[in-house]
Design a binder for this molecule. Structure first.
Ligand SMILES: [Zn+2]
Ligand SMILES: [Zn+2]
Length: 385
């Protein structure tokens, strides 16, 4: 209890600054890969608190890595910040922070900074990584590929969720673009000369719709036609479509991926078109949980005053690049209920009312406290892993 009171009293000193971070990022929404104001602001905050900063980082203009390394032989705990907004949610259709990534930025920076003020208790290294574009290309994917997490022992991140959940499922996801090349012809005068690329797209959709009957219920396949020809009297010589395919595990998704490609190959063969396909965005993996980390976080959430905690896998799930991180480094990803007066969810316009309100600030403080207590506990339990 002495530890809790000690950490709480230091948090109180800095809480106003953490609230300012939350509100500044909220008031300056920027889309993925364009988070220039946000990343510069966060980097300056971290520098002011004595962090060594690499910025830009990992070949991404709006990524950064901030570190306080005491001794490489000690455990290194990392907090991941996000700060990209969503398009179209603002009053005039501009970007806005409808997924609460402003809150993630404040919560993760707050945890790193608070831990840096507790060095007599926390015996480890601190890293805060700014990860751009979670909503689009997924900046963490490149970081995983480049080995950014190789010298990190534990990763923490909290996100606003419907309920406080230590086991929220995220789906592995691949993005697939298919392009079919055919031959143009006058669709009325010389239809026999045409090779219809749009037919191939339609047949691909039909094939995938049949496939849906024979996959497990966690699978999601959703697509759009991105090019379907230019005029009804011209046989389309080019057509294209894009799909996201998702499943609970990377292993199963890889099987579905092959089947979807086979549907496209079938459409190519049936129409006599030529097919090309590629992944048009980074692939996301499902998030992995570690029971001992969940237990530590649960205990510390309770100490921080968050009592209602779920381990619900949930029936609905999206995908996130935190999944990729969790596949290479022990990761504790936690969803935190906002407990606002209305039942608002992320990606809803109504949540904007609350993401720089006292509800967000209160949950930010509690989440910081829980992550910092967990980090201290891990540093006391572990030697270098
Ligand atoms: Zn989102
Ligand atoms: Zn989000």
């Amino acid at each position: 209890m002495e530890l809790l009171e000690n950490v709480k009293s230091v948090l109180e000193k800095y809480s106003k600054e953490f609230i300012r971070i939350n509100d500044f990022i909220f008031d300056n929404p920027e889309l993925g890969e364009e988070e220039f104001v946000s990343s510069e602001y966060l980097v300056n905050v971290l520098k002011n608190h004595g962090f060594e900063v690499e910025y830009p980082f990992c070949s991404m203009q709006t990524a950064f890595k901030a570190s306080i390394i005491k001794d490489a032989s000690l455990p290194t705990i990392c907090f991941l910040a996000e700060y990209d907004a969503l398009p179209g949610y603002g009053e005039k259709g501009e970007a806005a922070h409808a997924c609460g990534h402003n809150w993630i930025a404040a919560t993760s920076l707050g945890s790193g900074i608070l831990l840096s003020k507790l060095q007599s208790i926390y015996n480890g290294n601190i890293v805060v990584i700014g990860t751009p574009a979670e909503e689009t290309v997924g900046g963490k994917c490149k970081m995983v590929e480049d080995g950014v997490f190789n010298d990190i022992d534990f990763v923490f991140q909290c996100h606003i969720g419907e309920k406080t959940n230590l086991n929220q499922k995220t789906l592995a996801m691949d993005s697939l673009e298919f392009e079919f090349y055919g031959r143009a012809a006058h669709a009325a005068c010389f239809p026999e000369d045409g090779i219809n690329a749009l037919d191939a797209v339609n047949l691909l959709f039909a094939g995938i719709n049949c496939l849906r009957q024979h996959v497990t219920s966690d699978v999601r396949i959703h697509g759009i036609i991105t090019n379907g020809g230019s005029a009804p009297n011209i046989t389309p010589d080019y057509a294209s479509c894009r799909f996201y395919i998702r499943a609970s595990s990377r292993e199963y998704l890889n099987k579905i991926y092959k089947k979807v490609i086979d549907c496209a190959k079938g459409a190519e063969l049936m129409t006599g078109t030529r097919l090309s396909f590629k992944n048009f965005e980074n692939s996301f993996d499902n998030v992995l949980y570690i029971k001992s980390l969940q237990e530590i976080m649960e205990k510390n959430l309770k100490l921080s005053g968050i009592e209602k905690i779920s381990y619900d896998l949930g029936s609905s799930a999206g995908s996130s690049d935190i999944g990729n991180v969790s596949q290479v480094c022990p990761t504790m990803y936690t969803e935190i209920a906002l407990d606002a007066p209305e039942n608002v969810k992320v990606h809803e316009k109504e949540i904007l009312k609350y993401l720089s309100s006292e509800y967000a600030h209160e949950k930010m403080n509690k989440s910081i406290l829980a992550m910092v207590l967990s980090a201290i506990e891990l540093s006391q339990k572990s030697n270098k892993f």
